[in-house]
Design a protein around this ligand. Structure first.
Ligand SMILES: Nc1ncnc2c1ncn2[C@@H]1O[C@H](COP(=O)(O)OP(=O)(O)O)[C@@H](O)[C@H]1O
Ligand SMILES: [Mg+2]
Length: 188
């Protein structure tokens, strides 16, 4: 089986090849499904990352969540120990650009949100398999966080990011459900 590194490189290339039109069509289909997904509808607080360019656009989710009165928490990464803490985001002004163009909440103007306060966590990833295992960007941040997070998880991905079986290491933790532009898979 190919290594995680090879999977990541290949998928990053495939995602870059998606045209703007394809991407926005898939994003739209995906978000329609998320917004009618029961665990999303019933969550008062959601946790999610601010997406990078080739990922499913999570800014639209944040706008939607705010508009229906949900609280939104976004992660701040701590590279020294590769952990992250979530902080409540109430306006776009509370973000700042850190390393690699990544956007994170400004600690001076945001409150910390503990893992128990998040009712639905949207877990990012590059690849997913039919058991809910994922390959992320290689930092292991979510594997560490998921050890201490016990509420619902869901990932969003384009159909091309779903494969039959990925390599799994002992610390890899699966997500509870996956929403693609074509279907919803539930693993629990
Ligand atoms: N729970 C954990 N505790 C300590 N280190 C971890 C944990 N989870 C993952 N790691 C470390 O993080 C690194 C990246 O994990 P990996 O699964 O390859 O990345 P990703 O999940 O982002 O695709 C691994 O080399 C592993 O040693
Ligand atoms: Mg992992």
């Amino acid at each position: 089986m190919q290594t995680k590194h090879k999977w990541r490189t290949e998928m990053k290339d495939r995602l870059k090849e998606l045209s703007e039109d394809e991407k926005s069509k898939y994003d739209h289909q995906l978000l329609e499904q998320l917004f009618t997904y029961e665990p999303y509808k019933s969550a008062n607080t959601i946790g999610l990352t601010i997406a990078m360019k080739n990922e499913v656009d999570t800014r639209k989710i944040i706008e939607h969540a705010w508009s229906v009165g949900k609280k939104v928490a976004v992660p701040k990464c701590h590279p020294e120990d590769k952990t992250m803490t979530f902080r409540y985001l109430t306006s776009w002004n509370e973000l700042e650009t850190v390393y690699f163009g990544l956007q994170e909440p400004k600690p001076e103007v945001t409150e910390e949100c503990s893992p128990e306060e998040i009712q639905l966590l949207i877990v990012p990833g590059l690849l997913f398999d039919e058991r809910g295992y994922r390959i992320g960007f290689g930092g292991g941040y979510y594997d560490r966080f998921l050890q201490h997070y016990h509420n619902s998880t869901v990932s969003l991905a384009y159909d091309i990011q779903l494969v039959k079986e990925l390599p799994v290491e002992p610390f890899d933790l699966p997500v509870g459900a996956l929403i693609t532009d074509k279907k919803i898979l539930s693993f629990t």
